[in-house]
Design a protein around this ligand. Structure first.
Ligand code: MRU
Length: 365
């Protein structure tokens, strides 16, 4: 994607060949700044503090983090320690574990001296594949938009939650990729962007992306979606996923489930877009089995924003002394999901649908 005419990815190797640069997402939309990650600790901190976030992107960052760790300690114990540290940063998105397993599996086959180079190259391949997968998700998903726009004979109103755009991946995004492809193809559409409290990824990041791309959009309070659906103002919902079970349950940013319930009640199609690395084939019951990250209550009790004079400020918004809770994700059961959009196509959110797209998993199932 382009910022001020310059092509950017959310993460890319630095010219020195021994570190990576990432866009600092804690500063967006008000400041566009890059951070350099040069060590295991840098990568782990960037993921934990959400300098980088979004399931596919934290997977790629973890892969690079494991590579950077090999410059510090390339022994077998060094691999184990780095994997443990990176895996502990955020528990819900399975892409992180998937990327670590893939890179670590490679490293265990080779001599310590070769490990940094191999891991850095493998992380680069994961990043390239993520771009290709997201682009393919965009192509498959855009057909849904084209067909629906033709059927309605007017601009489509789409609702999305959180940020599942290029900032959440390496480029393109998952839920926003079909929107970008459809928009570029001339399909008239408008996006309702849930603000996505407590961290406001919708208001800050999705709106920033859509602004940059010239996609018509309106930011709404999280609680507005149900009302809009009741009044026929939403034609389709599309979200990303941090972990999707073999049964088609979709775990995504907190609040996604409520949107799916409202969509179901109002017969609004509800799609989740995700690459294969988001599917956890070992799980069937998402509500019971997916670990939900519990984040710092300060994200609920405080808000950070820009003041009129351009400086940043953090203000308290909850009655002092009141306890707060901050579960970061929820699970939308497969029965509420119209379809899953993956790099291989669109399928029903159920075991058979997923196995049709990924027949190589049949044996394992
Ligand atoms: O807590 P975040 O900002 O990492 O949560 C991100 C989301 O919930 C996205 O919707 C999800 O990772 C899918 S990203 C393509």
């Amino acid at each position: 994607m382009r910022i001020d005419g310059q092509p950017y990815r959310t993460i890319f190797p630095d010219a020195d060949g021994i570190s990576v640069r990432v866009i600092d997402q804690t500063r967006l939309p008000f400041a566009f700044e890059l951070q350099r990650l040069a060590s295991l600790d840098d990568a782990a901190r960037a993921i934990r503090t959400m300098v980088v976030r979004g399931a596919p992107l934290i997977g790629v960052t973890a892969a690079y983090g494991l590579a950077l760790a090999m410059r510090e300690d390339s022994s077998a114990d060094g691999i184990d320690r780095a994997v443990a540290q990176l895996a502990a940063t955020r528990p819900t998105a399975i892409n992180l574990r998937w990327a670590l397993d893939r890179v670590a599996g490679n490293l265990r086959q080779i001599q310590p001296a070769e490990r940094f180079g191999r891991a850095f190259a493998e992380a680069g391949r994961i990043a390239e594949e993520d771009v290709a997968n997201c682009r393919a998700i965009g192509n498959h998903g855009s057909r849904i938009f084209t067909d629906l726009a033709r059927e309605k004979g007017r601009p489509l109103n789409v609702l999305t939650h959180c940020n599942a755009g290029w900032l959440a991946t390496v480029d393109w995004g998952t839920a926003l990729a079909p929107i970008y492809v459809a928009h570029e193809a001339g399909v008239p559409l408008h996006v309702f962007v849930d603000e996505t409290r407590p961290r406001n990824q919708g208001a800050a990041l999705t709106a920033f992306e859509l602004n940059g791309h010239g996609v018509p959009h309106t930011v709404i309070a999280d609680n507005a979606g149900g009302h809009l659906m009741q009044h026929g103002q939403v034609d389709l919902c599309i979200v990303g996923s941090d972990r999707t079970t073999a049964a088609g349950d979709v775990c995504n940013k907190i609040g996604t489930y409520l949107k799916a319930l409202a969509a179901h009640d109002n017969r609004v199609p509800f799609y989740a877009a995700l690459p294969f690395s988001t599917i956890d084939w070992t799980l069937n019951d998402g509500v019971a089995e997916i670990p939900i990250e519990e984040r710092d209550g300060r994200e609920v009790s405080h808000l950070t924003g820009r003041l009129a004079d351009g400086t940043f400020a953090t203000v308290e918004v909850v009655s002092p002394g009141s306890p707060v809770a901050n579960p970061a994700f929820d699970v939308t059961p497969a029965r509420l999901v119209t379809g899953l959009i993956t790099e291989r196509g669109v399928c029903a959110a159920n075991p058979e649908g997923l196995l049709t797209l990924y027949p190589e998993r049949r044996q394992a199932a």
